[in-house]
Design a protein around this ligand. Structure first.
Ligand code: SME
Length: 155
C-alpha cells in the first residue's frame, strides 16, 4: 500500500519523533543506523526492504537492514546504490527493471530510493536504500523527508 502525500508526511513526522526518542545522544553510527532502519521499516507501509550500505575499504558493505537477505557488497558505480554513492545524489527509481545494472537482491522489488549519507566534511560515508514491492512507490515527499531525517540522524 502506497500512502498518499498527506499520509506520507504524517508518517515521516511520526517516524522522526520515534527515531529521536530511540537514538538521541547515541554516538555510535551503526547503532544510529539500526534505529533509523527499525523505526522507518515499521512505520512506512510502502517499504519492503530498508537498510544502509556503508563505505568500507572502497566498497559499499551492508549495514543494519530489515527485510529479506541483502547482497553483502556493492562496487562503486554499480546498481542504484553504487550510482548514489558515485554521484552523491539521491536516486529515485520508479521501475527498477528499467534501471541499467540494477542489482536484484529480491526479485519482488519494483521501485527504489537511495539517499547518500554524508559525514561532517561532506564525504559520502553510507547510502540508505529502500525498496518497494510496488512500482513508483517513492516520490519527492520521500526524498525530502529522508534527506532531512538522514542529515539529522546519520553520518
Ligand atoms: N537494489 C540495490 C541493491 C541492493 S538491494 O536492493 C538490497 C541496487 O541496485 O543498488
Amino acid at each position: 500500500m502506497i500512502p498518499d502525500s498527506t499520509e506520507k508526511t504524517r508518517l515521516y513526522g511520526e517516524a522522526e519523533v520515534r527515531i529521536s526518542g530511540l537514538i538521541s545522544g547515541e554516538p555510535d553510527a551503526v547503532a544510529r543506523m539500526a534505529g533509523v532502519v527499525a523505526v522507518l521499516h515499521g512505520v512506512m507501509p510502502h517499504y519492503f526492504w530498508t537498510g544502509f550500505y556503508r563505505v568500507v575499504g572502497g566498497e559499499l558493505v551492508i549495514g543494519p537492514y530489515q527485510g529479506t537477505p541483502g547482497c553483502a557488497r556493492i562496487s562503486w558505480g554499480r546498481g542504484v546504490c553504487g550510482t548514489a554513492w558515485k554521484s552523491g545524489e539521491t536516486q529515485l527509481v520508479e521501475d527498477v527493471h528499467a534501471f541499467p545494472g540494477h542489482i536484484a537482491c529480491d526479485a519482488r522489488s519494483e521501485s527504489e530510493i537511495v539517499v547518500p549519507v554524508r559525514d561532517q566534511s561532506g564525504a559520502v560515508v553510507a547510502v540508505f536504500d529502500v525498496d518497494s514491492g510496488e512500482k513508483a512507490a517513492f516520490d519527492e515527499v520521500d526524498r525530502e523527508a529522508l534527506e532531512r531525517l538522514l542529515e539529522k540522524f546519520s553520518g
